[in-house]
Each structure stands twice: as C-alpha cells, then as structure tokens.
Design a binder for this molecule. Structure first.
Ligand code: HMH
Length: 243
C-alpha cells in the first residue's frame, strides 16, 4: 500500500526527511500512537479526547507565541509574511477546539481557567526555549514535529483500513488536519526546513538539530498519552479540568 505520509513532506535527501528518519521509533510512537488509532476508528473515550482538546487549546496559545518568535527571528520579509499567515492559521485552529467545547457545554473562559498539564507546559516551553537559545533553524526544527506531524497523522488516519467515518465523533478533528489548506501549510513547513538546512548549515549542525526534533516528537507522544491517562482517571487531581 502506498504510504503518502512518508513521502509527502520534504524532499528526498533534504533536512526534514533526514530528521524524521533519524528518530524513526519516536516518530512512529508519535504519529501512530494508540490515541491516534482510536481517533481513526472512533473508539477513543470521550474523556480522553476532552482532556486532550482542552489542553490542546492551551497548547496552541503558546504555540502561536512560538511562531511569533519565528516571525521575530525570520531571515527574510517573505518568511515573515509566511509566519503571519501561520499564526492566523493557528488562531483559526483554536476555533475548532472551542466549537467542540461548546458542544460539551464548556465555555472559552472555562477552558482558559483550566490549569496547564505538565505535558502542555513541558512541550510548549521546550519549543520556546530552543527558539530563544538558538537561531531560526533551531526554532523551525522544534516547531516542525507539531506542524508537519499532524498533517502526517491525518494522512495515516485517512489511509487506515480501520478508519470509521460513519458516526465517528472525531470527524471534524480529522477533517481539520486532512484539509488541503492544512496539508499545504505542513508541506511548506517541511520545505522550509529543507531550505534552512542548506542556507543555515544544517549538515554541520545535524546532531544538535536531530536531538531537538526527536525530543519534540517524544513530547508529542506524551501529549496524546496525557489524554489517554485522563480516561483511565490517572491524571493527578490538581491537573484535572475543573468541572
Ligand atoms: C500537541 C499538538 N501538536 C500539533 C498540533 C497541530 O497544530 C496541535 N494542535 N497540537
């Protein structure tokens, strides 16, 4: 079977595909996590999805800040312009989260009042830290598992033989990341990593960049796991959503 998520992002021999290949186990654990498989067949417990989605709203706010840092560090006006559009896309993505929450009777104020989980803090602040300490390439590499990874996740779900569409409560979520607009944004992010790899010495910096990329992939897998843990009642009381 064709595996378009393996070839759909970045050029052969380019930095993005090299980074991805260098952490194959972490990448697989992230993009085909049990949480993702349960979204594909619609069996994910609602409690897991709800915990995940509320934290993801908080995640995206900090992720937009990280993208704003990438705007600050951008090497060209064209790159700045692209970042403005990326930031707009993230803020639009959060509207999907709020619509789901509205359906559960949870207001934006309640979402914002939910304490951040350790997984949310660690991932978002890790990305921001790599961006503050490093240059635009370090930051883009830290951002890529998020932006490109979700496009890969959506493709994997769409090609999964176990994929259920009828009555799948997560159809809107899947459609958000499978949408041509999101896929194009992810392709552009991978192409940008390839280009920065050439212009910003990616070859010489590969070990450091690879460490950043694989750490972000690991933190992504933990983010899904945080959702699953909530469904098992495993989240500590002080981290549970208030309701
Ligand atoms: C944790 C996480 N990673 C990536 C995305 C895609 O924007 C998201 N919404 N949340």
């Amino acid at each position: 079977m064709a595996r378009p998520w393996e070839t759909g992002f970045g050029a052969e021999g380019g930095l993005y595909r090299r980074l991805r290949a260098a952490c194959a186990a972490e990448w697989e654990a992230y993009t085909w996590h049990p949480f993702v498989r349960a979204i594909a067949d619609g069996t994910l417990p609602l409690a897991a999805f709800r915990r995940y989605l509320i934290q993801d709203y908080l995640f995206l706010i900090h992720f937009a800040r990280a993208k704003a840092l990438a705007l600050f560090k951008a090497e060209s006006v064209e790159a700045m312009r692209a970042k403005v559009s990326d930031i707009g896309a993230i803020l639009s993505e959060t509207l999907m989260h709020l619509r789901y929450c509205e359906g559960w009777g949870i207001s934006q104020a309640e979402v914002l009042a939910t304490p951040e989980a350790a997984e949310t803090v660690s991932y978002t602040r890790y990305v921001i830290d790599r961006g503050l300490a490093g240059d635009i390439l370090d930051l883009e590499v830290a951002l890529a598992p998020c932006t490109v990874g979700y496009a890969e996740v959506a493709l994997r779900i769409e090609h999964d033989p176990g994929r259920r569409r009828e009555g799948n409560p997560y159809e809107t979520w899947i459609a958000t990341y499978a949408a041509p607009g999101y896929q194009a944004l992810a392709q552009a992010a991978a192409a940008r990593i390839d280009a920065l790899g050439v212009s910003h010495g990616g070859e010489a910096r590969f070990p450091m960049l690879s460490a950043i990329f694989s750490e972000a992939a690991r933190l992504e897998a933990r983010f899904w796991q945080m959702g699953l843990d909530a469904a098992r009642g495993a989240a500590p009381e002080y981290e549970k959503a208030r309701r």
